[in-house]
Design a protein around this ligand. Structure first.
Ligand SMILES: Cc1ncc(COP(=O)(O)O)c(C=O)c1O
Length: 403
């Protein structure tokens, strides 16, 4: 019997968009957010900051709306923003890019990732990512009918095993998709890992997609873009976004940079995803990218302090934590407790502790969830008073973990 819905369901299955019963299920993200709201818990689940980005930059967006930046922006983004992205790459990383041909502005990093994958993947091609991975990766690889291969990052330090990486990248690999600094583990990869990725991309003739949205959120060390290393630029699509660096997650202004041949392909796909977006936000983001170094340093410092405060609070409660080197996430390990299933525990936390967090298994292939079942991700992009209160409440967590 014909079923007009089946093609969508097949695609959605491949992309893990359905739950185990084949329904377009509610993600654990949504479920935990719902529970956090219901119980008025502090939501350290979703990674959005609770402070606004710089007022001077927000005012520029307001001015742009009032002065008429309300129609379609150019498909590649405004030249002013593309020039600002190129200047930012030169200023921080000494990477030279041509704003006319080597930059495309996208609807957040998410669209840049999707357009890059859809541009380069044929059905059956392999994509290698580290696991755990940002959830859009698995879904978009599935939508492209490609094959997702993972190299697991294991607690406690979440550094990849380079031998496993060498075994996983083969001539079938079309794309190595690397997120650094890494959500959800808070890892910043060693330079040697990035160099190995570049060497493997050359050996197996594949491209690298480098999701570097947390480029400015590293603690006590400088971010190293893949494209800044020898042999990196020519094979890499580098992706970033205004969401994380400036706390404008809702603006969804992202970008991809790289050699003209790669960026032309991304732009070609991107024009049929959204064509363009955010005309009033683009001039504001251009100015944000030119903010003085002190802005970037102070923001990273304050986040780093929030991370340390939360890590210390969890450790005081007796819960081991992987101290993050970047991003605004940290991972706690409840394997030593009687209740050590993170999905169950995070469902109970909003009501019983008054704090919401996310089980790590959300970021893992369904078959590998057992490998991460005792890990919980906390977001610490919150005001100091909120983190203090969360730390106070989290002292109750060990009780919950015993019962
Ligand atoms: C690793 C990673 N990539 C991409 C994104 C999405 O960025 P954007 O909001 O700019 O689409 C996020 C957001 O959480 C992320 O953590």
């Amino acid at each position: 019997m014909s079923n007009i819905y089946s093609p969508w369901q097949r695609t959605a299955h491949g992309a893990n968009l359905l739950d185990s019963a084949g329904r377009p299920g509610v993600t654990i993200f949504e479920e935990i957010t719902g529970l956090a709201n219901e119980h008025k818990a502090i939501n350290l689940g979703q990674g959005f900051p609770d402070a606004e980005g710089p007022e001077i930059i927000r005012q520029l967006a307001v001015d742009a709306v009032l002065s008429g930046a309300n129609q379609y922006a150019p498909g590649s983004g405004t030249m002013e923003l593309r020039q600002a992205i190129a200047a930012h790459q030169q200023r921080f990383y000494s990477v030279d890019i041509d704003p006319s041909t080597e930059v495309v502005v996208t609807t957040g990093a998410t669209e840049a990732i999707a357009a890059s994958l859809l541009a380069f993947l044929e059905p059956g091609d392999e994509v290698v990512t580290f696991e755990p991975y940002y959830d859009s990766y698995g879904a978009t690889i599935g939508l492209a009918n490609a094959v997702h291969k993972v190299v697991q990052l294991k607690a406690p330090n979440f550094e990849p095993d380079l031998d496993e990486l060498r075994r996983t990248v083969t001539d079938k690999t079309r794309v190595i998709l690397v997120n650094n600094p890494h959500n959800p583990t808070g890892t910043v990869f060693e330079k040697a890992v990035l160099e190995e990725i570049i060497a493997l991309a050359h050996l197996h003739d594949c491209i690298i997609i480098a999701d570097e949205v947390y480029e400015h959120l590293t603690f006590g060390q400088q971010h190293i873009p893949v494209a800044s290393l020898p042999g990196g630029f020519e094979r890499t699509i580098s992706i970033s976004s205004a969401g994380k660096s400036f706390s404008f997650t809702g603006w969804k202004v992202g970008w991809a940079t790289g050699p003209q041949a790669l960026i032309t392909a991304v732009r070609t796909v991107k024009q049929f995803l959204t064509y363009s977006s955010g005309p009033a936000f683009q001039p504001a983001v251009a100015q944000a990218l030119a903010l003085p170094d002190s802005f970037f340093n102070e923001f990273a410092d304050s986040l780093g302090q929030a991370g340390q405060q939360l890590a210390h609070g969890l450790e005081t409660a007796g819960i081991p934590v992987m101290r993050p080197k970047g991003t605004y996430f940290l991972v706690a390990d409840i394997s030593g407790f009687a209740q050590n299933n993170a999905v169950e525990v995070t469902r109970r936390m909003p009501q019983q502790v008054g704090v919401a967090a996310i089980p790590m298994s959300v970021f893992v292939h369904p078959e590998n969830q057992k490998d991460y079942q005792s890990l919980i991700r906390f977001a610490f992009c919150k005001q100091p008073a909120v983190i203090s209160e969360a730390v106070h409440r989290l002292q109750l967590l060990p009780e919950v973990l015993k019962r």
